[in-house]
Ligand binder design. Structure first.
Ligand code: BTN
Length: 250
């Protein structure tokens, strides 16, 4: 997979921009749109994504994974999360900290969020027609003003500026490799195993909340649709979709 980076200083949102351009048939697979600033950066669940001008990595890309069925779209989440995890780990390797994927697609350093993703998949029949993958990585921003509960940046650890273009190029190369592995070689089992083993709080007991209240539980797996499987201390297993389970940080 080859990527083509288009840099635009200021946009409402790279995801929204891509969506508009795709409708005009002005973009194709592998195109990447990077902005230095977003007026309406979109986070998950309708939240705003905060980023100071030029300080962080904000981009979206378009993938057209013809060999992935719509029911398997979580494969995209797994492969992009793993590539981003590896890239961030490379920058933080000397700091003796845990870098993990907080299910389904946040990257956490210890208990703090360093990166997030927003997938907008367009489905035709039982296939993914295209996917817009928006990624925000906190790199050189020291202070966050919004009410986002726990943001952190690479600079908090390295204490020096990171070259964002270099970060993006290396990240795209990792995403490309993961993408080819899955779409060409179809190695889906191994991908799932690597993803599950990289999950924040995997296989250890913590407090969570769901529609029944607060409980003590252990993340033990994901199912074929990417839903989270949690063992409750009552001995019962439950399967969660995104936003159906909350992680307790107190
Ligand atoms: C999240 O809430 O964790 C998802 C954050 C995704 C933010 C990125 S920044 C680049 C792209 N454009 C957007 O408007 N959102 C994504």
């Amino acid at each position: 997979m080859k990527f083509n980076i288009i840099k635009i200083p200021r946009l409402a949102s790279t995801n929204s921009y891509m969506q508009e351009q795709i409708k005009k048939k002005a973009l194709q697979e592998g195109d990447v749109v990077r902005a230095l600033f977003q007026d309406k950066g979109k986070g998950q669940g309708g939240n705003n994504w905060e980023s100071e001008y030029g300080k962080n990595l904000l981009f979206s890309m378009i993938l057209e994974p013809k060999t992935i069925d719509a029911s398997q779209q979580f494969i995209l989440t797994q492969l992009v999360s793993l590539a981003l995890l590896e890239e961030i780990k490379e920058f933080l390797v000397s700091f003796n900290i845990d870098v993990k994927i907080k299910w389904p697609n946040d990257i956490y350093v210890d208990n703090k969020k360093i990166a997030g993703m927003l997938f907008q998949n367009s489905i035709k029949g039982n296939k993914i027609d295209y996917s817009i993958v928006g990624i925000g990585v906190n790199i050189n921003q020291l202070k966050f003003l919004s009410s986002a509960p726990n943001p952190i940046s690479i600079i908090h650890f390295t204490k020096k500026l990171t070259d964002i273009d270099m970060f993006l190029n290396k990240l795209l190369s990792k995403i490309g490799k993961e993408y080819d592995k899955v779409t060409i070689h179809q190695n889906k089992e191994l991908l799932k195993e690597r993803y599950v083993n990289s999950l924040f709080r995997f296989n250890s007991w913590h407090n969570y909340s769901d529609s029944e209240g607060i409980f003590y539980g252990k993340i033990i797996d994901i199912d074929e649709y990417g839903r989270l499987i949690v063992l409750k201390n009552t001995g019962k297993q439950k399967v969660y979709m995104h936003k159906e389970i909350g992680f307790d940080f107190s």
